[in-house]
Design a protein around this ligand. Structure first.
Ligand code: ADP
Ligand code: MG
Ligand code: MG
Length: 363
């Protein structure tokens, strides 16, 4: 019977993998992991000793890409319903970040052949993600969170930039003369956003195309700049506010840029984080009738405080060099284009958020 209640993995002729997680599977897998067993072709990369997990499971029900289950109020098992054989960044990053305390402690990565199928991490009690807590802050006009979250992002980057056995050489330098590919990538995103956004929004956007393109120009003249392993998908939805403070989750990388170099300027993550604060503001306007002008002012102040705390934290650690500020604005503009592309392709009702932000930026 051993292994009979592990998930079922099927592979289509085109190589697409599907994972089926039947009832009781999470508990069974955790019991097997506790005694160091995995039925081939499953295997386990242990990251930290798994604590005892009492019985009892409940699914996480917020908007999510994967399928996370809380077990025994002790661990979260994140199942990947569509596993991929492409190398997944999370296990390596989680091992590299062993000294970083502000994340859910990682216990194990579970593979089927070479495809990551699950990550087991600590459960953070009372956790709410930023699509809840940050929208609350926007509605209430409070900005106190921004300094804490900015410091958290800087601490994450400092940990990313600290050598470990996994990544002994974690800081690289971009080629002198700048990374031509960044400008190409950003301009491509702008072109796509313009092409995919129709109606009145599309017309408004077309009227700002030149202004947007000008914002991307600094990317053509980037001096040699440090590159680190970034989070890759660092928005407020990945920052949990839980019983003991804030924590970062979801090291799956950027779902919208295929083949992005895992080494990127720190400004990539920071730009995504600050723009997501703007998006939380837009959510507050749309869903909770927050005042648009007051919310725009809130977002401005929060972004400024977040960035200031981020830079201060790097500077105190003697690593101010990790942030090249000239990249921030171009990456923010690129991020808004990516949000529009994402909305057009996957989630049309999201379009209001990046459009709302762009309308406040280019009033
Ligand atoms: P996905 O790749 O599916 O987006 P995440 O790792 O971002 O997965 O997790 C999805 C959601 O599950 C988070 O937004 C959060 O609400 C909840 N969550 C994730 N990790 C934990 C944790 N360790 N403790 C409590 N809740 C968590
Ligand atoms: Mg997530
Ligand atoms: Mg994810």
């Amino acid at each position: 019977m051993e292994g009979s209640r592990w998930p079922r993995v099927t592979e289509e002729p085109d190589g697409v993998l599907t994972l089926e997680i039947g009832d009781g599977v999470t508990g069974c897998v955790l019991r097997d992991l506790a005694r160091g067993f995995a039925p081939p072709p499953f295997s386990v990369r242990a990251l930290r000793p798994l604590p005892p997990v009492p019985p009892g499971e409940r699914p996480i029900t917020v908007d999510q890409t994967n399928q996370s289950v809380i077990a025994g109020d002790t661990v979260v098992v994140k199942w990947f319903p569509r596993p991929s054989r492409a190398p997944h960044p999370a296990p390596g990053l989680l091992a590299h970040l062993a000294g970083f305390g502000r994340m859910a402690t990682p216990y194990a990565a579970v593979y089927w052949e070479d495809a990551l199928v699950a990550l087991v991490t600590a459960y953070l009690p009372e956790a709410r993600d930023g699509w809840e807590w940050c929208v609350d802050e926007a509605e209430a006009g409070r900005t106190g969170f921004a300094a804490e979250v900015g410091a958290l992002a800087a601490e994450l980057h400092l940990a990313m930039a600290t050598p470990s056995a996994v990544f002994p050489d974690p800081v690289r330098l971009s080629p002198p003369g700048g990374e031509g590919a960044w400008r190409t990538r950003a301009e491509e995103a702008l072109r796509e956003a313009l092409a995919l956004t129709d109606g009145a929004d599309g017309a408004w956007l077309a009227g700002r195309a030149e202004a947007l393109r000008r914002e991307l120009e600094p990317l053509a003249r980037v001096p040699a700049t440090p590159l680190i392993r970034v989070h890759g998908d660092l928005h407020v939805g990945q920052i949990l506010r839980w019983r003991d403070g804030y924590a970062v989750v979801d090291f799956d990388g950027n779902p919208t840029v295929a083949d992005a170099d895992p080494y990127q300027p720190a400004a990539r993550d920071l730009a995504q984080l600050t723009t997501s604060v703007d998006h939380a503001g837009q959510v507050a306007v749309r869903r909770r009738s927050a005042d648009p002008d007051a919310t725009a002012a809130w977002a401005d102040a929060a972004r400024r405080d977040l960035t200031a705390a981020y830079t201060r934290t790097l500077a105190r650690a003697g690593r101010a060099d990790l942030l090249d500020r000239s990249l921030l604005r171009p990456f923010e503009v690129e991020q808004e284009c990516r949000e529009l592309i994402y909305a057009a392709r996957h989630l049309p009702r999201w379009r209001y958020a990046p459009m709302g932000v762009l309308r406040t930026w280019y009033a």
